[in-house]
Design a binder for this molecule. Structure first.
Ligand SMILES: Cc1cc2nc3c(=O)[nH]c(=O)nc-3n(C[C@H](O)[C@H](O)[C@H](O)COP(=O)(O)O)c2cc1C
Length: 360
């Protein structure tokens, strides 16, 4: 079993991983304090999972304007930076490596997260999503369109978050550009109807991401920066992949070769039979490191690495109930099932109380 590709070391930019198993970013909504600061409980949770080759944190707000979900931590205040320093310290102490994932939900937020203000997005088009508010899920509204000054301010927020992530002792940063977040809203021709430098063609719709990438890479060096993208995403009324949007992503992947990133984190497809073909399409356009994600089992992860299509594989849900996932892969122990009721809410239960494998 020791020859499993998942257990082999891999270099991703400036990051040396002892194995090829990445813990995918997962919002767990445990920052239950007014400051939205990471807690000691969160430090325990991440340190328990330090056997991963690399941990990517939950999506973390780059500013108060970025918020769109309850009890999710930020990285824009000193209290938040201090909380994150405890998390990175605990993970490093346990022998791990950890990236901060930067999130911003843009138009997918709700006034109840923003002191009553209307969310802003690339254009005044409702993404038709749900926002998880303190009083339950609410439908999104038609947002305001970002002004040019707000775009510049938002890029500056990402730069400041990158500086904060350095102060907090992270090993690098990943941009959350997947799902229905702000960056993919800019990439989406249905939501981005702008006619300035940030909309009007696939290339211009990508500029927001590329400008943020430049700001963050200025702080970190590209070889400690990553982007998570989901070209096939389907959600709300605006996110459906078609030939036009997939072709836009092909071009974006080509363009991202220039950024010399640590890795691109890419969602494939839930359809197992098509998985390797989807990643082969990405590989045809992107020559840097690819971390593959979505629905991988140990076997499928070993298979795609063996085929040489990608460089590492990330696991999300499997890390919830298996803090020792890499050890289970090593020993051939079966994975435990997590309780979905505590994925996004609760305290220690379903968070830090999953044990390592023990033979009965
Ligand atoms: C509870 C939960 C929270 C998630 N939160 C985030 C997040 O904050 N940022 C992100 O990029 N993806 C998030 N995801 C998606 C995962 O990173 C990953 O893409 C997805 O779970 C598919 O991988 P898996 O099949 O191995 O679970 C989340 C997934 C789960 C299950």
């Amino acid at each position: 079993m020791t020859t499993q590709p998942l257990l082999q070391p891999v270099r991703l930019g400036a990051l040396e991983l002892p194995n090829s198993v990445v813990m995918a970013p997962m919002t767990r909504a445990r920052a239950q304090n007014a400051e939205l600061a990471p807690t000691d409980l969160m430090a325990t949770y991440y340190a328990q999972r330090a056997g991963a080759g690399l941990i990517v944190t939950e999506g973390t707000w780059v500013s108060a304007d970025a918020i769109g979900f309850v009890n999710v931590p930020g990285i824009y205040t000193d209290a938040q930076v201090s909380g994150w320093a405890k998390v990175t310290g605990a993970v490093h102490e346990a022998g791990g490596r950890i990236m901060s994932q930067f999130g911003h939900v843009g138009a997918a937020s709700h006034p109840s997260h923003l002191g009553g203000r209307l969310p802003a997005g690339p254009s005044a088009v409702n993404p038709g999503e749900k926002s998880f508010t303190p009083t339950g899920p609410k439908d999104t509204l038609t947002p305001r369109a970002y002004t040019a000054a707000e775009i510049a301010d938002t890029i500056a927020d990402y730069r400041r978050a990158a500086q904060n992530a350095r102060r907090a002792g992270f090993d690098g940063v990943e941009l959350h550009a997947q799902g229905s977040h702000l960056i993919p809203q800019f990439l989406n021709p249905r939501l981005n109807r702008r006619t300035d430098a940030y909309g009007g063609s696939g290339e211009k719709r990508a500029r927001f991401l590329l400008d943020i990438l430049e700001a963050v890479s200025d702080v970190w060096g590209g070889d400690r920066v990553s982007v998570k993208l989901s070209p096939g995403w389907t959600s709300g009324t605006a996110f459906t992949a078609d030939e036009e949007t997939l072709a836009d992503y092909d071009s974006l992947l080509k363009k991202l070769n220039d950024s010399e990133l640590a890795y691109l984190h890419l969602l494939g497809t839930p359809v197992a039979a098509k998985r390797n073909a989807v990643f082969s399409r990405y590989r045809a356009h992107y020559q840097g490191n690819i971390v593959a994600n979505l629905g991988f089992s140990q076997e499928a992860g070993n298979d795609i690495l063996q085929a040489g299509i990608v460089d590492a594989v990330s696991f999300g849900a499997p890390f919830i109930a298996n803090p020792d996932l890499v050890e289970r892969f090593t020993q051939g122990h079966p994975p435990a099932e997590g309780n979905r009721d505590t994925y996004y809410a609760g305290h220690t239960e379903g968070y830090t109380d999953y044990p390592a494998f023990a033979a009965n």
